[in-house]
Design a binder for this molecule. Sequence first.
Ligand code: NA7
Length: 318
Amino acid sequence: RPVVTRPETQAIDMNSRSNTLADRDIVPSDQTFGFLGLGMMGSTIVKDLIYTKHKVVVWNRTIDKCQPFVDAGAEVKDTPMDVVEAADIIFCCVSDPKGAKDLVFGNCGVLQLKDLRNKAYVEMSTIDPETSMDIGEGIKQCNGRYLEAQIHGSRQEAAEGMLIILAGGDRTVFEECHSCFKTIAKNTFFLGTDVGNACKVNLILQTILGVSLVGLAEALALADRFSISLNDIIDIFDLTSMKSPLLLAKGKEMAKGDFNPQQPLSHMQRDLRLVLNMAENLDQSMPVTSITNEVFKHTKRLGYSEHDSSAVFVRSRF
Ligand code: NA7
C-alpha cells in the first residue's frame, strides 16, 4: 500500500474574482439569502454573492470557516434554524444526502422553525431524487417553497462562475434566485416542477464522467506499462475526434500525478453509489457503472478520497 500524502487544504482567496462576473451585469435581488455549508463549493459561491452585493447570512458546522465571510460583510448565525429565521431564501451546499437531511430534519435544523411561510429552501448539495423529495415534502408541510438546484461543475468552474445549474421544483423560487444563479453559473436549466428530475439529470451526467475517467485511467496505465510517453498519448489524443476539454485536462493531471481536488474522488464515488441505488430501484442493469464504482471504492481505500477523481489512475497502474 503506497504512502499517500493528503492534498493541501486550500484557503479561500476572498479577493479573487472570476473574469466572467464583470460582463454579467448583475442586479442583486433585494431578498436576504441564507447559506448553509461553507466547504469549497459553498465558499466560492458565497464569496461571489457577497461581491455582487447580495445580502447573505451564513452558517457552517465548523464555525471558524465563517469568519472571512463576516469580514467581507455577511452575517453569521449559530444554527441552520437561525439562518432560516433571518433569511428569505436559504441555500444548502453540504457533502452528501445524509448531511443535507440532517440540516433540515435534525436538531436546530430548518424544520424546527415550524412555520416557513414566505421562506424558500434551495438544495444545492448533490443528492438522490428520494432525498430531495423527502426534503421538499418536509419544507412544503411547513408551508415553505422548495427548489432543488443541483450544481454541475468542478471547483475550478465554480471559481470561474462557470457552473451549470440544474433546477426543479417551485418555479417562483427559481425566478427569485435569478441574480444568484447569474452570478455563479454560465447556464441554468429549469427541468420542471417535479422534484427529483434535476437530481436524476445531475447523477446521469456524473455517470458519464465517472465511466470516462476510469476508461482514460486504464488506457494511460497500459501506455505506461509499454513505457510509451503519456504526454505523447495526450498530444495525439488532442488531435482526434475523441478529445474533450475535460478528458484532456484529466489526462494531463494523470500524466503529472497532480491530483489537486477539483472534484474530490469521494464525491465521485458517492455519486456512483447514488446512481446504482437509483438503477437498482428500476431493475436497470448498469454493469459498467458498477465496476466503475468498485474501481473508485478501491482507490478510496488506498487513501485517495480527498484527491481529485483523476487519482483513479494510481489504482490502474498497480
Ligand atoms: P467540501 O469542501 O468537502 O465541504 C463539505 C461541506 O459540507 C462543509 O461545509 C462541511 O462542514 C459540510 N458538511 C458535511 N457533512 C455535514 C453534516 N453532517 N452537517 C453539516 N455540515 C456538513 O465539499 P464541496 O464544498 O466541494 O461540495 C459541497 C457540495 O456541492 C457537494 O454535494 C458537491 O457535490 C456539490 P465542515 O466545514 O466540515 O464542518
